[in-house]
Each structure stands twice: as C-alpha cells, then as structure tokens.
Design a protein around this ligand. Structure first.
Ligand code: ACM
Ligand code: ZN
Length: 516
C-alpha cells in the first residue's frame, strides 16, 4: 500500500485499499461555487485539464461518480474541522465552514503525487489519491508564523509566497512585525515621515562585527494598499494577518521621524545596529498617546484582525528615569516605579483598543508592573510568562525562544551554517515542543490558544535566507500545533520529511536540507 505522508499529520486517518484517479472526465461539485473554483485552481495548473466545477444539489450528491464533492458538513463541527473520504468512485470533502474546506484541500494536494505542486502542466502523471478516511481538526486554534520586516524587508510577492506555504501547512495566523528601531515599514497617512524618514537607515552593521558598517543605505516600506492586498490574499487562504506596532520600545525609527515623541526630543537616528535601544516613546507626554491612537486608527482600518499586537518587549527604563514628564506621570497616576509606568502605558492602549472592539496582544514583558486587564500574552522568554499569565486567567500564545525561534542556528555545527543569532535550535528540539506546560492548572489550560514560529531577520538579508531558516523547522511547528502528537519519534519525523520535502522543491522553497 502507498506510504502516505502528510504535514501536519491528521488526527485520524484510515487507509483503505484502492485509489481514486483524476482523469479528463473528473468533475468538481460544490455547494459553494467559489470553493469549488478554488479547488480547481489548486489542481488545474499541474493536471492541465478541465476539472469543471459544478453546483452541488442534493439529488446528485449521493449518486455522482468520478467526482470530487465539497459537501457542507455537520454545522456543529468547529470551523477548521473537515472530513475527507476517498473511494475509487469519488472523493468527498466535508466541512462546516471555509477554513475546514481549505484545510481539506491542502490534505488533498498532499495526497496527490508531488507533481501536483507544479505551476505548469505535468504530462504522464497518474493523478491518484489513495483511498482514505480522514477526520481532522487542529489541536490549537492559533497556529502562526511571525516575520520581522523591520531589520530587513522583503517583497510583497515573497510574503504572498510565504502565505501560500503557510496555508499548505494549515497555519492560520501571519504575525507581521511592522515597526522597529531599524525601520518603520507601514505607510501611515497622517504621519508621512514615519516611512519617508523612519523607513530608511544610513547603513547596516556588518555581521560578525559591532563597529563596522556596510555604507549602504537601506530601507523601504509597504503602502496601505499593499497591506490591504496582503490581508485579502491571506484571508482567501484562511490566514489572518496580525499587525504589530511596537511600543513603547523598539521605536527609534519613529523617534527619528518625530523626535518630539521621545523623552530627549532630538538627535535620533534610525538604528544601524541590532540589539536593544534605550530610546523609547516618552510616557509622560500626552502627544505620544495622540500619535499612537492616530497610528492605530489607520492600522485598525487596514487590518480586520480581532487582535492587535503592540509589542511591549525590551523597553529599557533609563530615559523614563531621567525624564521630567515621565516622572510627573508616575506621580500624577500614583505609580510605584517605571515598571508600573510601562503597565499604565499599555493599559491606555488596551482601553482604547477594546473600545474599538479589538484585543491587545503583547510580548511577555507586559506582565511587568501588572498586566493590562484583558491582555493576551505572547510568551517568548521561555514559557514562564505564559504560565504566569494563563494561571492568572489571561489568554496566551506560546512562542518560547527555546523551541520556536527560527532565527537561531539549525545545527550545533555553527561554522557550517550561515551567520545567525548566537543560539541553537535544531529541528530535533523544535519537534519536542509540548505547547501547554504542566505548571498550568487544569482549569486554566484552555487559555493557551496555540503557538507560532518567529522569524527575526537581523541575519536574514533576503527572502531565500528567510526560507532557509524557516523550513523545515516551521513544518515541525505546524505538526506540533495541529496534531500535537503524544509520541515524538525524531527518526520517524525525519523519514516523513525525506518523503515530503521534494514538494517544497516544486514550490521553489529554499529549505535547509536534512542532515545525512
Ligand atoms: C522578542 O524576541 N524580543 C520578542
Ligand atoms: Zn519621557
């Protein structure tokens, strides 16, 4: 019987004898014609013939042969669940909602021969689908990939390609890290200097040095039209774009554009080096909050995501300690110290976001000085922040650096790898990731919404390199977040990947090869 290799592994799969073969007479039937066309669009380029999509009505549903049927399923099922039944006569994909149909289509693509990934007609391939009975749904509702476009930026076409590959692995969140010390990357109409000045740095530190620069100006940004285009593109593929606007730290590019928003008020430059900057938004000046709300107003208009990420990580306090306005704020609000001032800062933003019907997400530093009442925490410094937040009744997204930081070296043999941040995260370790820590009380475990892999791009100057760092580790993350297997045999993961990775060759993805 054919070896079936699927990523992520479905929750339940029964393999049966026989196969369904797509031929020149195979038709697609769908209650929702748009979904039928979507499936045809996935299959037609490589298969090269018709696959006409027809409306599905009840009298043919039970009788039609040589067809792929997309059938509205159990309305009580969760939106991402699907079932797939393939027999020699027909394939039935059933789901309650669009996300389930999309996931089922990706499973169908993976069940077909690898040539199905091709964008041009492949002659001489027998387009068979092994007979299976699959019933599938994700272990976690939040399955994300994060991309930092501040340190380096990448063409929109590449981000769309990344979205396509994410959809292939049933990811459903794209976390777009849009603002940084080294560049502000989203057009904001009310504050054009954010991108005109904040989008560009004079030069960039040379990897492996702290004090040598390449002398090459670097920058760019995404227009609001481009951002909207990406939001729509991702939505069609079942992926929500989560925008991140960093505050109060990682904001030097914004301060370079509008110096009055910092405590010192002058002499900021878009950063040329990596690391953590002492210069952050002033918490004492009211105009900072006016500015941030104006920016976020435009962000909310572009991004329909129920969540907005406001950063919150790595915000040193020396400027606040020495700023009369910040100190006056601490006094006026009866705060104990600068950590409580940060907490107060985040709460201002949370209140405003909640009034607009959105939820705030922040990195785990937002726990310091007291967590904003409804905040969702993204736990990155290991799992401790996530454990504390969940036990306090807050929702959590897990992205501990120890398992999910895809900017770390992929091998202990760092000399044989391209330059990366000085830390190591081999595939073997990613694969061991258990998302819900034991320290979380039984009645709080539901607060762990899921997790994501993070791509910080200090050492990823181009999109080929992003792909090299992302894959295959992100595939292991997809498997963990969707299937969360109890047993994690590394050798069998590697064996599955050896069979599966040629599909990424067809997609032109520059993944890191498996070790021999
Ligand atoms: C982070 O990695 N600074 C969230
Ligand atoms: Zn200040």
């Amino acid at each position: 019987m054919t070896e079936i290799t699927l990523f992520p592994q479905p929750q339940n799969i029964e393999v049966k004898p026989g196969a369904f073969t797509i031929n020149a007479h195979t038709r697609i039937f769908s209650a929702d014609n748009a979904i039928g066309e979507m499936l045809a669009d996935y299959l037609r380029p490589a298969i090269g013939f018709g696959l006409p999509a027809h409306p599905l009505d009840d009298d043919i549903a039970s009788a039609v042969q040589n067809a792929i049927l997309l059938i509205p399923g159990d309305a009580d099922a969760t939106a991402e669940a699907y079932t797939l039944e393939a027999s020699p006569e027909r394939v039935e994909l059933s789901a309650a909602a669009l996300p389930g149909f999309l996931h089922g289509m990706q499973t169908l693509r993976q069940l077909l021969p690898p040539q199905i990934m091709a964008s041009e007609t492949q002659d001489g391939v027998e387009w068979t689908i092994p007979c299976v009975s699959i019933s599938d749904a994700p272990a976690f509702g939040w399955r994300g990939i994060h991309l930092d476009v501040g340190r380096h930026m990448f063409p929109l076409a590449f981000i769309k390609k990344l979205i396509d590959v994410m959809a292939f692995y049933k990811f459903n969140k794209f976390h777009w890290h849009l603002t940084e010390d080294q560049g502000w990357r989203l057009e904001i109409k009310k504050y054009p200097r954010l991108t005109e000045a904040g989008g560009y740095r004079a030069e960039t530190v040379v990897s492996g040095t702290w004090d040598q620069y390449d002398g090459v100006p670097y920058g760019g940004f995404y227009t609001q039209d481009e951002a909207r285009e990406l939001v729509a593109y991702a939505a069609e593929r079942g992926i929500t774009v989560l925008p991140e606007i960093e505050l109060p730290g990682h904001a030097v590019a914004a301060l370079a554009a509008y110096p009055e928003l910092g405590c010192v008020g002058e002499s900021y430059q878009v950063r040329r080096t990596w690391g953590i900057a002492d210069d952050i938004f002033c918490a004492g000046k009211d105009e900072v909050f006016g500015f941030l709300k104006d920016v976020l107003t435009e962000v909310l208009d572009i991004f329909p995501s129920a969540y907005i990420h406001i950063g919150g990580d790595e915000a040193p306090k020396p400027r606040w300690e020495n700023c009369p306005a910040c100190q006056a704020r601490i006094k006026a609000e009866g705060l104990a110290d600068e950590h409580e001032l940060q907490s107060w800062f985040i709460r201002q933003i949370e209140t405003w976001l909640n009034e607009g019907g959105r939820n705030l997400i922040g990195w785990d530093e937002i726990l310091e000085g007291g967590l904003a009442p409804k905040a969702t925490v993204m736990s990155w410094r290991g799992s401790a922040g996530g454990i504390a937040a969940a036990n306090a009744g807050h929702d959590v997204i897990m992205t501990p650096n120890t398992y999910c930081y895809l900017d770390y070296y992929q091998s202990e043999d760092t000399d044989s790898e391209p330059w990366a941040i000085p830390a190591i995260l081999p595939l073997r370790q990613v694969w061991q990731y258990v998302v819900v820590p034991e320290e979380i009380a039984d009645d709080k475990r539901h607060h762990i919404l899921g997790g994501q892999g993070n791509l910080w791009t200090e050492y990823m100057p181009n999109s080929d390199h992003v792909e090299y760092m992302a894959f295959p580790r992100a595939i292991a993350i997809a498997d963990v977040l969707w299937n969360h297997p109890a047993e994690r045999d590394y050798d069998s993961l590697v064996a599955r990947l050896r069979r599966h990775l040629p599909r990424l060759d067809w997609l032109g993805v520059n993944y890191r090869p498996l070790d021999d």
